[in-house]
Design a protein around this ligand. Structure first.
Ligand SMILES: Cc1ncc(COP(=O)(O)O)c(C=O)c1O
Length: 372
C-alpha cells in the first residue's frame, strides 16, 4: 500500500542552492545576527504583505506577545477564537492578560461578529483575529470598523495566511499588526521556527526591534524594556528569504490541489467543504472537510490510516477544552457550541505544495469508500 503523508515541506532546487550559498557567506563573514540577511528578509516580507514595516522574531507566538504588550499596556482582557492553535491563547496569558474566547460562525472556522459584539465589554482592550487555515472572515471589514470605532486593537494572527487577501489587501495589512509564523510546516519556513510582525505603526516597529534584543535601544545601549533574545538569526533569515521566493508558485500549487479536492468533495453526501469568502483569496495552509453529524471521526482516521495508508488530523481541539485551560477556573464553564461542534467534526487531509495528482486521487478514492 502506497502511503500518503499528511505534509511534506518543499524547497526548490534553486531555494536550496541559494540557501547553501548564503549560509556559507554568513559563516565566513562571522556576522551571525542582525546583518544583511535579516534586513533583506524583512524588506522583502514587508513588500510582499504591503506594509511599511516588518520586524523578524523567533516565532509567531513571540510576535503575538510583543504586539499584545504594545497594544495592551493596561493588561485588559483580549478577545480571540478558541478555534486556533494553543499558543495564540497562551500569548495572551504570557503577557499577563486574560483570553476571552469568542465563538465561530456556523459552517465556518472563523469568528462570529455577533459574539464579538456581545463580549466586547469595557474590560476588553482588543481582538486577535485568526485567519484559520488561510480563510478570511466574511465580516472582516465590519469587524475592523467595529474595533476602530470602539478603541479596540486588532491583531491578525496570520500564521496560516501568507498570501490571503481581501479585495486586494493582504492578511497582515488589514489590522493594526499582523503576526506570521515560519515554523517548519508553514507556507514560508525559516527551517525550524521563526516569525514576523507586519505593521504600518512606526512606534510598534521600534518597540518590537528593542524587545527582540533584550529590550535594548541598539543606538544608545540603554535597556528600555524587559526583553529577551527573541530575534531571528542570519541563517534562518536567509532560509526564509529564499523560501519566500517560492511563495507564488507554492500558492498556485496549493490552489490547484484545493480545486481538485473541492470539485470532488462537492458530490459527497457525508461531508461539506469550507468555502472562501466572496472578495477574498484563501492561501490554504491545510485542507479540511466538515464531516456530517454521526460520522465517527476517530474511526474514520483509523481506517484511512490502516486500510488506505493516509495520514489525517483534526484541525485543533478547542483551546478552552485543553487540559491546561480546564485547570483554570475561568474556563471550566465556558461554552462555545459552534466551535466545539465544528472542530469536533472537521478533518484535515493530506495537502502540501508537492502533493501529486496520484496522491490526491488516492485520498479521494479512500474518502469515497469511507464517507462518500
Ligand atoms: C494559528 C496559529 N497561530 C500561532 C501559531 C504559533 O506559531 P509559532 O510556532 O511560530 O509560534 C501557530 C503555529 O502553528 C498557529 O497555527
Amino acid at each position: 500500500m502506497k502511503k500518503v503523508p499528511f505534509f511534506r515541506q518543499k524547497f526548490t532546487d534553486e531555494n536550496i542552492s541559494n540557501i547553501l550559498t548564503d549560509v556559507e557567506g554568513i559563516l565566513k563573514s562571522g556576522q551571525l545576527i542582525f546583518n544583511k540577511n535579516v534586513k533583506k528578509f524583512e524588506d522583502a516580507f514587508a513588500k510582499e504583505i504591503g506594509v511599511k514595516f516588518a520586524v523578524s522574531v523567533n516565532s509567531c507566538t513571540t510576535a503575538l506577545m510583543i504586539c499584545l504588550e504594545y497594544f495592551n499596556r493596561r493588561k485588559l482582557k483580549v478577545l480571540l477564537p478558541s478555534a486556533t492553535f494553543i499558543t495564540t491563547a497562551n500569548s495572551v496569558l504570557f503577557t499577563g492578560a486574560e483570553p476571552v474566547f469568542v465563538d465561530i460562525q456556523e459552517g465556518t472556522l472563523l469568528l462570529d461578529f455577533d459574539d464579538i459584539k456581545k463580549k466586547a465589554g469595557n474590560d476588553v482592550s482588543g481582538l486577535i483575529l485568526v485567519h484559520l487555515l488561510g480563510f478570511m472572515n466574511k465580516d472582516m471589514e465590519k469587524i475592523r470598523d467595529f474595533c476602530s470605532n470602539n478603541d479596540l486593537f486588532l491583531i491578525e494572527d496570520a500564521a496560516h495566511a501568507i498570501g490571503t487577501s481581501l479585495n486586494g489587501v493582504k492578511a497582515g495589512a488589514l489590522g493594526d499588526a499582523g503576526c506570521f509564523s515560519f515554523y517548519a510546516t508553514k507556507h514560508v519556513s525559516t527551517g525550524g521556527a521563526g516569525g514576523m510582525i507586519t505593521t504600518n505603526d512606526e512606534d510598534l516597529c521600534e518597540f518590537a526591534r528593542k524587545k527582540r534584543i533584550f529590550g535594548k535601544d541598539s543606538a544608545t545601549g540603554v535597556i528600555e524594556y524587559f526583553g529577551n533574545d527573541w530575534f531571528l538569526d542570519e541563517i534562518r533569515a536567509s532560509i526564509g528569504y529564499s523560501h519566500l521566493s517560492f511563495l507564488k508558485e507554492n500558492l498556485s500549487l496549493r490552489e490547484k490541489s484545493a480545486k481538485k479536492y473541492d470539485a470532488a468533495f462537492r458530490d459527497f453526501k457525508n461531508l461539506k467543504i469550507f468555502e472562501s469568502t466572496e472578495g477574498s483569496t484563501a492561501s490554504l495552509y491545510q485542507y479540511a472537510v466538515l464531516l456530517s453529524e454521526g460520522i465517527d471521526r476517530s474511526l474514520l482516521m483509523k481506517r484511512l490510516s490502516q486500510e488506505h495508508g493516509i495520514d489525517t488530523k483534526p484541525i485543533y481541539d478547542p483551546c478552552h477544552l485543553e487540559t491546561i485551560y480546564q485547570s483554570l477556573p475561568a474556563y471550566k464553564n465556558v461554552s462555545l457550541p459552534v466551535t466545539e461542534d465544528i472542530l469536533n467534526r472537521s478533518l484535515a487531509i493530506p495537502f502540501f505544495p508537492g502533493i501529486s495528482g496520484e496522491e490526491i486521487e488516492t485520498v479521494l478514492d479512500a474518502m469515497r469508500q469511507e464517507v462518500g
